[in-house]
Design a protein around this ligand. Structure first.
Ligand code: GLC
Ligand code: CA
Length: 577
């Protein structure tokens, strides 16, 4: 695209910090993070250079899925605080020039929500059609079966039988998370009402949970058999990006526009950027940007999240290159993330968390990610280089239902296969969501300064070495490195936010390098993903001088005669001449 045609927007220039409320900061000594805890850390977040804070769900919820099962959208989960606390939090953000986003979970509710309680109470309830109900099927032996073969995300059928009405309801996630029926107009009206309720309270926008699942192919057909090892099959062909998705998103988008609000949608199960562009192209009026899953899925095997898949640098580069260029060329926009509450710690997962490497690796990933084109998301703890749970921790101490369900199923199906159990434990340690959910590590005091009581999820033993107190304001820390990268994006917006992207050396096995260019001015970003030194040849047209270096995790570069000698996990960005 001609760079004169570039569309500038405030939400493209923002850096966003994601909070997992249960694990961020406990203010009242019950071992659970809370809203006053968040408020007490706003200056810390501001010091990182953050413009927007997004908190995972804080609404009233039975917490079957850590608040992604909401029982009242206009009330707050009591251990987190009150609506008045949220108002104070919003004010605290605004006073510091930051915005605040809520997590909008409206593909499904909790089964404890009064809408579902009503719907379940009788087939004649005015709320019955708010959810998706179907008659059973009967197999050749006359046995009752679910209406179709879709599997739920965390195992078993996606349908739950309701004895009194002799019908099933659909739940793409846990049985306690029934899917809303978006075809039914009152459901959409109710969602719009919730959106306005929070915008009127001063919230600045939303992260929209699994938002591409809200429109299903109405016939709900059987899914093709792609998991021969399982009875129930992934049905995403029929529920991801369904026929009315964009109509529904446009309705929400038009409300957001009234308030000049921010939006990022979560969109699993899509790898085609053309499909995504329909939601995020600049003139569509739907969403600002979405989270795609291609990077975080690249090491997931064919048999589910906890089966292994080797990944290579050329694979990672193809993914990044595809999304970067597609969105730049087509007036769309990317979100940039490596971590969130559903992913493990990037340093451990794709780098190295050995004490001698993890600081370098954390800075390397920051350089790799945040100088690409897109809006940057930093997940709590990522800014200090937090790492995964140690392998010594038994799976029985994990808390997340995704991990626990998968482990239980494995033990049932392969009770004697110790080797498979060992591999799966390893994959859990590598990828479980629990890795992101251990308490934020504030200082070296007991429980890492997260709480005075035993935390709901055991702290990561690394807190003595990795904590905010030893990093914020301390030269050379991961925190200050992240801050410098976020500053850099803003100091050179034309290049780092609005510039073109060009991948270098697509087939190189160790180095990820790219350039960003705006009206003839070029920056080059070079990162070594290995714990070993690597020699890398610069492109012929590019020459580097020490004085042009913008950021470097070793505090200087070594480039002689067009060759860069990269140290373990070395990363730098530099103007090129
Ligand atoms: C999203 C959330 C995840 C949750 C799921 C169901 O993927 O990020 O945490 O479990 O939706 O709501
Ligand atoms: Ca608390």
């Amino acid at each position: 695209m001609a760079q004169s045609a570039i569309k500038r927007a405030w939400w493209k220039e923002c850096s966003i910090y994601q909070i997992y409320p249960a694990s961020f900061k406990d203010s009242n000594g019950d071992g659970i993070g809370d809203i006053p805890g968040i408020i007490s850390k706003l200056d810390y977040i501001k010091a990182l250079g953050i413009d927007i804070i997004w908190s995972c769900p804080i609404y009233k919820s039975p917490q079957v899925d850590m608040g992604y099962d909401i029982s009242d959208y206009k009330d707050i989960y009591a251990p987190y605080g009150t609506v008045a606390d949220v108002e104070e939090l919003i004010k605290g953000c605004h006073d510091r020039g930051m915005k605040f986003l809520m997590d909008l979970v409206v593909n499904h509710t909790s089964d404890q929500h009064k809408w579902f309680q009503e719907a379940k109470s009788s087939k004649d309830s005015p709320y019955r059609d708010w959810y998706i109900w179907k008659k059973p099927k009967y197999d050749a032996e006359g046995k009752r079966q679910p209406p179709n073969n879709w599997g739920a995300m965390w195992g078993g059928s996606a349908w739950e039988y309701d004895e009194p009405s002799d019908e099933y309801y659909l739940h793409l996630f846990a049985p306690e998370q029934p899917d809303l029926n978006w075809e039914h107009t009152p459901v959409r009206d109710a969602v719009h009402d919730i959106v306005r309720f929070w915008l009127d309270k001063g919230v600045d926008g939303f992260r929209l949970d699994v938002i591409n699942f809200i429109s299903k192919v109405p016939e709900l057909p059987d899914a093709p058999i792609t998991r021969k090892d399982q009875v129930y099959q992934p049905g995403d062909k029929y529920f991801a990006c369904g026929p009315r998705l964009h109509e529904y998103l446009l309705e929400i988008g038009s409300i957001l526009k009234e308030y000049n609000a921010f939006s990022v949608g979560e969109m699993p199960c899509v790898q085609d950027p053309k499909e995504i562009l329909k939601a995020v192209a600049f003139d569509r009026g739907e969403l600002n940007m979405i989270f795609n899953f291609e990077i975080v899925d690249m090491d997931i095997g064919d048999e589910g999240k906890f089966s292994p898949r080797p990944w290579t640098m050329p694979i990672l580069k193809r993914i990044v290159n595809k999304w970067q260029n597609f969105m730049i060329d087509n007036d769309g926009w990317n979100s940039l993330y490596l971590e969130n509450h559903d992913q493990s710690r990037s340093v451990s997962r794709w780098g190295s968390d050995l004490p001698e490497f993890r600081t370098l690796a954390a800075k390397m990933f920051a350089t790799f990610l945040a100088l690409q084109s897109g809006t940057v998301f930093v997940y709590q703890g990522q800014e200090i280089g937090m790492i995964n749970i140690p392998i010594e921790r038994p799976v029985s101490e994990y808390k997340d239902l995704e991990t626990l369900n998968a482990w239980k199923e494995l033990l049932e199906r392969h009770p004697d296969d110790k080797e498979l159990q060992r591999i799966t434990h390893q994959e859990i340690q590598l990828k479980s969501r629990d890795n992101a959910r251990t308490p934020m590590q504030w200082d070296t005091s007991k429980y890492g300064g997260f709480s005075t009581a035993e935390p709901w999820q055991k702290e990561n033993e690394s807190y003595k070495d990795i904590n905010a107190e030893s990093q914020a304001g301390v030269k050379g820390s991961v925190f200050e490195y992240w801050a410098s990268i976020l500053r850099l994006r803003k100091a050179h917006k034309d290049i780092f936010i609005y510039g073109d992207f060009r991948l270098l050396d697509a087939e190189h096995q160790d180095v990820f390098a790219y350039t960003r260019t705006f009206e003839g001015k070029t920056a080059i970003i070079v990162t070594n993903f290995r714990k070993t030194p690597v020699e890398w040849t610069l492109p012929e047209k590019i020459s580097l001088q020490e004085t042009n270096v913008l950021v470097s995790n070793y505090g200087g570069i070594s480039v002689v005669g067009g060759k860069a000698s990269l140290r373990p996990f070395e990363a730098f960005a530099s103007f090129a001449s």
